[in-house]
Ligand binder design. Structure first.
Ligand code: UP5
Ligand code: MG
Length: 190
């Protein structure tokens, strides 16, 4: 059990919008702990957990893993890591994800970054990555985009209504994008 509530940042954006890349820069500059929901799930696959086959198939199809599984992994990480600031990357991906997070973890995000990127650019980046991710192929990326538009954008809209969205133009070079990220944290006394 934690003694203080940490500063929580959700990082949202479509597949290949640059969430992971920019999170690394935020970690270096502001000392956040980076929790990529996708990385946590891929780690479950490689460590052959009981959910491994289900997670693998879901990711291969570009669909969303059941909320219980993802929230449990995030909870375990947040509880075991002694830091007061977290970047939660690629989560929540649906309103159902968000509600389950609220029920189980309950700590409201302080800010929600949204990397706004044109679809053609996202597809190009994903197909150029070539790091052997099972979902980096033309068919799965189409589905990931569909799921993002249908299920994740409502989460972005929800936080926009609550004044928590920090929207970032995710086109241009990594440096140019990071320059747009900086003001989101600059006013905070870290
Ligand atoms: N790149 C980065 N910035 C660039 C720039 N400015 N110009 C040119 N190239 C740039 O970047 C993608 C690629 O683009 C990299 O090669 C990078 O070098 C280059 P990256 O930073 O990796 O983008 P990111 O937004 O992190 O892309 P990623 O593919 O990781 O996003 P997804 O949201 O699709 O992936 P994630 O790992 O979050 O989820 C994968 C799957 O897991 C989901 O589809 C889903 O099936 C499952 N999942 C859940 O079910 N629940 C969850 O909560 C989370 C995931
Ligand atoms: Mg990523």
């Amino acid at each position: 059990p934690r003694e203080t509530t940490p500063f929580i940042t959700f990082v949202l954006g479509g597949p290949g919008s640059g969430k992971g890349t920019q999170c690394m820069r935020i970690v270096e500059n502001f000392g956040f702990t980076h929790l990529s929901a996708g990385d946590l799930l891929r780690h479950e696959i490689s460590s052959n957990s009981e959910y491994a086959p289900m997670i693998l198939n879901t990711i291969k199809d570009g669909k969303i893993v059941p909320s219980e599984v993802t929230v449990k992994l995030l909870q375990k990480a947040i509880e075991s890591i002694d830091n007061d600031k977290f970047l939660i990357d690629g989560f929540p991906r649906s309103e159902e994800n968000r509600l389950q997070y609220e029920r189980i973890i309950g700590m409201e995000p302080n800010v929600v970054l949204f990397f706004d990127c044109p679809q053609e650019e996202m597809v190009k980046r994903v197909l150029n990555r070539r790091q052997g991710r099972i979902d980096d192929n033309e068919e799965t990326v189409k589905e990931r985009l569909k799921v993002f538009m249908a299920l994740t954008m409502p989460v972005v809209d929800y936080y926009a209504k609550r004044g928590k969205i920090y929207k970032i133009d995710a086109t241009g070079t990594e440096d140019e994008i990071f320059a747009r990220v900086l003001p989101a944290f600059a006013s905070l006394q870290f």
